[in-house]
Structures are given as structure tokens and as C-alpha cells.
Design a binder for this molecule. Sequence first.
Ligand code: GAL
Ligand code: ZN
Length: 659
Amino acid sequence: MRRLTEGRGLLFGGDYNPEQWPEEVWAEDAELMKAAGVNLVTVGVFSWARLEPEPGARDFGWLDRVMDLMAGAGIAVDLATPTASPPPWLGHRWPETLPVDESGHRLWWGSRNQFCPSSPVYRERALSIVTDLAARYAGHPALALWHVGNEYGQICHCDASAEAFRAWLRRRHGGLDALNEAWGTTFWSQRYARWEEVLPPRRAPYMINPTQSLDWRRFCSDALLEHFRAERDVLREHAPDVPVTTNFMGLFRPVDAWKWAAEEDLVANDWYPDPGDPLSPARTALVHDLMRGLGRGRPWLLMEQATSGVNWRPHNLPKPAGQLRLESLQALARGADGLCYFQWRASRFGAERFHAAMVPHAGPDTRLHREVRAHGRELRRLAAVAGQPVPARVALVFGWESWWALEERGRPSDRLNADEQLLAYYVPLWERGVSVDVVPPDADLGGYALVVVPNLFLVSDRQAAALTAYARGGGVLVVGPFSGVVDPDGHVRTGRFPVPLREALGASGEEWLPAEGEVGCRWSGGPGFTAHAWTELMAAEGAEAVAEFTEGELAGRPAILRHRVGDGVAWYVATMPEPAALAGLTARALADAGVRGAVADLPPGVEAVRRGEVLFLLNHGSATAEVPVAGPAEDLLTGAVTDGPVTLAPRAVAALRST
Ligand code: GAL
Ligand code: ZN
């Protein structure tokens, strides 16, 4: 990232698809980009058919002119490999490159993403165009970053994928006996006698073996990653100094982003907050923190966001004035060094003609474009923020494998979800302005004062031991319900649960009891609250019951437990408490850990986060807020010096640096 921001400052720009426009428009694009402070554009994401109009042909002339134009305008290019959307000729001549769904139906061209990650023909054709692209532009002065494919997530159930899946399973499990063991194939007479019988989870009469399905999800992520790596290696060979990335989609199931991020030079994300969702500001903050976590604390790139409404929700709310700036600065505050959009100029045709852009159909002389321009320019005032860290003393543990395992069919309840639990535990931290690192289940937890594990259904022995050692060693650990239930093969750990965390938690249970609706609870010696959908029959074994159920079969039984273990404290939450109760729990765990938020008594709707020397305050609420900050500070956005509370209108932002 440093290589990108050095000499350029914060990155600002978007996807640029000049192939949709006559060349006369390009010169105007470059002028408008300069006026808006654009310094990075992503080019070529969907240009395979244009670059290779028929198999083996090459047409680079237009791209040469685009690259030269950008170089002349001083705008860096994030050059994409075009392999997310193969031309129709690929599927037409080689139908085996087209993906097949779980019912055996082929998916056709006419949209995008129609490729099979395990198809040798797709691989060969993709690497061939990538090789020529890399060779041609490796030394081009505009080239600053490679963008591999787009939003990886394709899945294919065809025979070639089945073949690749078997090879992957051999590597993971060794022999067929080990596979039978891991998949528990004595259940429902599923024992495999030959490798050829082993299949992807295809449409079947009833529920699929959950371990087969879990391994399949692991495989699908790995198969795509293998393809990403193959393209990346070609790019690196030709341009060893140019960083390589691909764009994630936040909490997106198909790819295990922990594994992927380790293979990238920098982390990039596409994020489209839903303007109709009141939880959007917190959800977005969580995803931004995840991106920072994926890059192990390094700055990341917001590759795509929308200037206003998208066009892929059923009813697409626009962004009110000031919203694009607020959201963009939120990403900056949480560690992004680049703020880019999909896309530069709104398309006249194609499936996304009604998606907002930096230059709308009505042209540059519009409210929307003026906002874009003002935002691009004001980013120069914040140049000092580039490269700065967002320090956090709290870790939130999240892993894709556990998420996948929890979602397999045939569980006690589908109302307890890993991503929703993650957000539920994040919200009260966010509301208090407590910075959080999102970390994988095998992270080194040593540096954190508080570690929150909202749900870790699947846990390895090593991970459980590390969590236990963390608490024993003086950390504060909070564990949410239905954690520590299965091992990495998805087999239930037998004994009183959560088996591998029982010692740390000083408590254990014997039954998971999904509840009809709300369940009454009470803090011991304190007020009542409600929980919903999920309860567990627990017994304290050294822990103190700090809250108990007050009704139903579990009346009088522990709902929340706190255990002094070694030099630390471990909390267990055996239900899904209402938000106010989770906030109360969070406050107590923060007190145990001695952690405070960036600002005390943060008004509702206001986000506070410190990045480097700058305290960002962002008002997501609909009312003007008075934020009690102390000491003289300069607002980098306005140059004004304040001393004492800061008043923020709705959607206003302050970037305070102490003076
Ligand atoms: C992303 C994608 C872009 C565009 C955008 C629309 O999924 O990478 O190409 O489709 O969404 O919101
Ligand atoms: Zn396939």
C-alpha cells in the first residue's frame, strides 16, 4: 500500500470502463477525473471479449490508448485481468468451461462469471490472456496495481470439479478409509468403496452429509484460490514490483478470506451498505475492521462503493446529500488508504445501467458529481492519515470454517447464525467507540485485553487450548452460545459442553434448548431482560451465574456465567440476550479488561474511532449530536480549532488532531 500512496496520498477513484464509450468521451473523462482529484482507476475488469475477440486473437490497441491517456493525466491504473467474464466463444466452443449447478444444470453466458474454477480449458485460456496482458503492460508508467478477476465466488458441481475435489480430499485425508472415517459414512449407508464414487454435494433426496458439504466448501474456496494464485504468479513474473490484489465482498461465504488474504499484497473490498438497514453503520464498521484484520493491521483499499443507489436490490434507496462522504470517511477512519467507487461513468446499457456512478447520466453539472468532486478534493487535507494504524485492545474472533460448519442443515435451530452473532457482539463495542480487531480463530491473542468469541461452533483442539491459555494468562474472554461443539471434521465432541472450553469457563451444559420466542432473564440482584430463540441447560462449576433464566424449564438456571480462571476471567453466554443486555455484559467485560472507548458518553448514532493521531467522529444519526471531547484539537477537514464538545449535524464528520 505504501508504494501506492507514496507521492499520491490517499487513493481516490473508481472502476473505469472506457470500452463502453466512444473514444471522444475518454478525453473528457480524463479532464473530469483530474478535476475531481481522481488518482487511481480500475481498468479492464470486463474486457476479455474486447481484448480477445476470437480465440487467440489480440486487440490491445484501445487499451494502449487508455493506459497512455491515464499516464498523461497522472492517474494510476489498477489493471484487471479480465477473467471474471469469459467471452461467449469460450462457452460456445468449450461448453465444459461453463459452470454446472447442484442439479446438474449448466449456467450459460449472457451475464458474467460463467466459468468453472476447475476447468483446464478455462485455466489455460485465462492464463494465456493474462500472460500477454502482463507482458504488454508490466513496464507501463500508468500501471500501479494488478486486480485479479473480480469478486471470486464461483462454484461448479461438474465432473471436472468432482475430479479436482477427489484430488483435494486425498491431500486432506490420505486414503479412502480416512475419508470414510472423517465423513462418518457409517451413517445412512454412505460408505465409499472407490474414489470414483465420491462426489460434490449434488442434489439428493434428503439432507447431505454435513462433513461432505463442509469439505466441499473448503475445496471450493481453495480451488478458486489456486486459480487466483496461478494468475498472480504470472503477473509477478512479469512485474515483480507491482502489488497484486483481488476484491472481497465483506462477510461473503464462498471464500475463506483468511486464507486468501495471506496470498495477496494488499486487501481490497467491495462494500455497498444498505441505506434501508438501520444497522448499516455498525455492520459496515465491522466489515471495515475485518478488512484491516485480514491485512494483519495494514491499510486496505475500499475498491468499490456506490455514490448513491445500487440497482441490484428490489427497491434501491438513494444516498441523501452528505452520505457518500460520510461512508467514505468511515472507511478511511477504519484503516482504508483508498476510497474507490463502482463506477466512474454511469453505463447507458447493460444490466447495471441504473446503478449510481461518479458521473451520472445527467452529466458532471449535477449535485451528485459536485459531491464526488468535493470529496475527492477534501481527501488531500487528510493525506497525513495514509499508512496510519488503528490500534485496538479488543479482538473479535471469526472464522469461515466454523461459519460454514454451523450453517450445515440439520442443526437445532437456524436462528443462531455466526455472522449475526458477530454483529450482535460488535454493536455494543462500536456504540462505545471501542476499537476492535477482527482475528481468525488461530490468531495470537497475546496482545489483547479482551477477546470476544461470539460463536465458534467448530473449534480445533489447538484453538480451544489457546483460548484457555489466554484466559488463564490474565486475559478476559467472552464466549457466545453453541461454541466448541464440533471438531474440524464436524464431529460432535461428546461430554458436557462446551467440551474443550469447559475448564476455562468453569461451567458446562447438557442440553441445547431452542426456545419458542422470548425468554425472561435477570441479572443477579439486578433488573430483568429478555433473550430469544436459544437457551442451554448449564451448571456452574466454579463460575458465578451473573444472570439467570426466570421462566420456563430453565427458571433459576444460569444464563450468563463469569469465571475467574488463573489470572484472567472467562464469560459464557448460554443464550441470545437482547441488545441492551449484551451492552450491559460488554460494559462489564470491558471493565474486567480495563478498556475504554475513544470517547466517554458517546451520543447514540455517533461513531468514534482513532486512527494514528486523528480522532474521527462520524454522525450516522438523524439528530444533531454534541460529542464530549476534551482538549484543543484541529479539525483536519475544516482547519477549525476546537476546544471542548464538538457539535455534529446529521452525516457530519470531524477529524480531530490534538494541538
Ligand atoms: C460488484 C462488481 C461490480 C458491479 C458492482 C455493482 O459486485 O464487482 O462489477 O457489478 O458490484 O454494485
Ligand atoms: Zn465445472
